[in-house]
Design a protein around this ligand. Structure first.
Ligand SMILES: [Zn+2]
Ligand SMILES: [Zn+2]
Length: 252
C-alpha cells in the first residue's frame, strides 16, 4: 500500500512546487519579485552558478589559480576529447549536485528546465564566441530510458536552443550499440566503452555545422568525445560542449 501511495504523493508534491512558482526551487524560500532568474533565489543562484572561477577552457574543470588552463589541465591532459572546449555551471558538488539528482529523478521536467534556463544564461559568452549552428543532446542509454521519465540532456538543450535561437535536433545522435552505462565502467576504461557507441541519423545534415553538444554532467569526457568523433567525421566544422556539472573526483 505504501508503495502505491508514495509515487502519488511525490507527484502531488511536484505539482504543488510548480504551482507555487514564487518559491525558490533550491531552498523553498519565497523569492523576491525582482529576481532575474525565474526559478532560484539569488543565494541559490550564486551557489548553483558561481561567478567564473579558474576553469579549464577545454574540459571546464576547476583548477588551481596558478594552473595553465588555456589548452588543457591536469584533469584532461592526454585525453582525446575531440571537442574543442566545454563550459558548465560549476563543479558537480553541493547544491548543484543535489539539484541535478533531484531533477533527473523527478516525475516532471520542471526542475531540469530551471537548471537549463540557468545554464542558458550562464553560458551566453561561450555561445556567442562559438556561434553554434546546431544543437545536439546526448541520447540516453536504453537502460535509463526504462526508468527515467525524460532525457535531461534534451530538456537542457531545449532551454538553451530557445534562449539563444539555435536549431535543435533531438534525434541526430543515435546509440549504435549496447555500451554499458558509463557509471558502471571503471574511469580508465570509459573511453574504450564509448568507442563507436554513436551513429548519426543523417550524416549529410551535420556537414559544415558548428555543433553544440549538450549533456547533464561531464566526467571523463568519454561520452561527449565519442559523440564529437562521429560528428566531426561526418564533416561538422567544430564541436563544443555544454553541461550542467563537471565531475572532477576520482581521476578527473
Ligand atoms: Zn533559494
Ligand atoms: Zn581540462
Amino acid at each position: 500500500m505504501v508503495n502505491a501511495v508514495q509515487p502519488l504523493l511525490s507527484l502531488l508534491h511536484e505539482f504543488a512546487e510548480i504551482l507555487l512558482d514564487d518559491c525558490c526551487a533550491g531552498c523553498g524560500e519565497t523569492r523576491q519579485g525582482d529576481e532575474s532568474q525565474p526559478c532560484y533565489c539569488h543565494g541559490c543562484e550564486q551557489q548553483l552558478a558561481p561567478s567564473p572561477r579558474h576553469r579549464c577552457r577545454r574540459c571546464s574543470a576547476e583548477c588551481g589559480p596558478w594552473s595553465a588552463i588555456d589548452r588543457d589541465c591536469v584533469h584532461c591532459r592526454g585525453r582525446r576529447l575531440r571537442f574543442s572546449a566545454a563550459v558548465s555551471l560549476g563543479t558537480y558538488e553541493g547544491l548543484l549536485r543535489r539539484e541535478i539528482l533531484a531533477a533527473k529523478w523527478s516525475w516532471s521536467s520542471a526542475r531540469i528546465q530551471c537548471l537549463g534556463q540557468l545554464l542558458a544564461n550562464h553560458c551566453s559568452d561561450a555561445i556567442v564566441e562559438w556561434a553554434p549552428t546546431l544543437m545536439v543532446p546526448i541520447p540516453q542509454h536504453w537502460k535509463k530510458r526504462l526508468t527515467r521519465h525524460f532525457n535531461p540532456a534534451e530538456r537542457i538543450a531545449a532551454e538553451i536552443a530557445r534562449r539563444h535561437r539555435i536549431p535543435l535536433d533531438l534525434h541526430m545522435l543515435l546509440r549504435s550499440r549496447a555500451s554499458r552505462p558509463q557509471k558502471r565502467v571503471a574511469m580508465a576504461r570509459r573511453f574504450e566503452n564509448q568507442q563507436d557507441s554513436f551513429q548519426l541519423k543523417s550524416p549529410d545534415d551535420v556537414r559544415g555545422h558548428r555543433v553544440l553538444l549538450v549533456d547533464d554532467v561531464l566526467t571523463t569526457g568519454a561520452t561527449c568525445a565519442a559523440a564529437a568523433q562521429v560528428l566531426l567525421r561526418a564533416g561538422a566544422q567544430s564541436c563544443h560542449v555544454v553541461v550542467l556539472g563537471r565531475v572532477t573526483d576520482g581521476v578527473g
